[in-house]
Write a protein of this length. Structure first.
Length: 247
């Protein structure tokens, strides 16, 4: 526990998974776990963020002067690289250049630039999350792509000598030990499922886990956003990062 009542700030950068409006909020869980550690968590999630757009807003985010940063980004990069319909929606919604595309190399490059900017603030301790699963078919093409991206992120974290928070492997191990249940498949129409889940939560007052169960999902709400099981995994990784960083 920190002494003298000094509160340190943890800035968590990411997309809607971090923002927590569309799913179980892993930052709320992490804050509860860290209540005795004098840590204030700042939610730096922006819905629909890509590694590119996060890089563009990084300077303003760093004005919070955090002591710690976690970075969980890449889900939208994967969706854009996998489905033309989603890419076209993102180009319009995020005001990207027409025909914008992202690749593993481009994503790793953007994340490396983000880390480089953060490392200029030498007092900040940084942890990089893996990209979480999309859908719960472990061997789907989209999850194979995530595995490939994550290998690049793992290598980058080692190269930069920062903590790597491997949420993807935790999720994968969980699914490998569980009965395979046919749930929602992530495809170009996945935003329809996200919208339906949003409506059920805010208008029917269903819990996120109830929606997850109805969708026959074990770790996600609708194939993208975290249910309480995955949220606890992410929160626990943050808890361990902070505790090890202060020991």
């Amino acid at each position: 526990m920190m002494s003298d009542g000094m509160v340190k700030k943890l800035l968590c950068l990411g997309d809607s998974i971090t923002k927590g409006i569309f799913s179980s909020n892993y930052l709320n869980l992490a804050q509860e776990m860290l209540q005795e550690a004098d840590i204030k968590i700042i939610n730096g999630g922006v819905n629909g963020d890509l590694s590119y757009t996060l890089n563009q807003r990084l300077e303003s985010a760093l004005e919070y002067a955090p002591d710690y940063i976690t970075l969980l980004i890449g889900t939208n990069d994967i969706l854009i690289s996998s489905f033309d319909k989603i890419r076209n929606m993102a180009v319009k919604g995020k005001k990207l250049k027409k025909g914008y595309v992202t690749t593993k190399e481009a994503h790793i490059r953007e994340v490396a630039m983000i880390l480089s900017q953060i490392k200029k603030k030498s007092q900040i301790k940084v942890a990089l999350f893996s990209i979480p699963i999309l859908g719960e078919e472990i061997n789907s093409l989209v999850n194979q792509r995530i595995f490939d991206y994550n290998e690049g992120l793992r290598h980058l974290a080692a190269q930069e000598d920062i903590v790597y928070l491997d949420l993807y492997t935790m999720q994968r191990n969980y699914l490998e030990k569980s009965p395979q249940i046919p749930g929602i498949i992530v495809n170009e129409d996945i935003y329809n499922q996200i919208y339906l889940a949003f409506m059920k939560h805010f208008f029917l007052r269903w819990s996120w886990d109830k929606i997850s169960n109805r969708n026959k999902m074990q770790l996600t709400i609708e194939g993208v956003h975290l249910n309480s099981v995955s949220a606890e995994m992410a929160a626990r990784l943050i808890y361990d990062f902070i505790n090890k960083g202060d020991n």
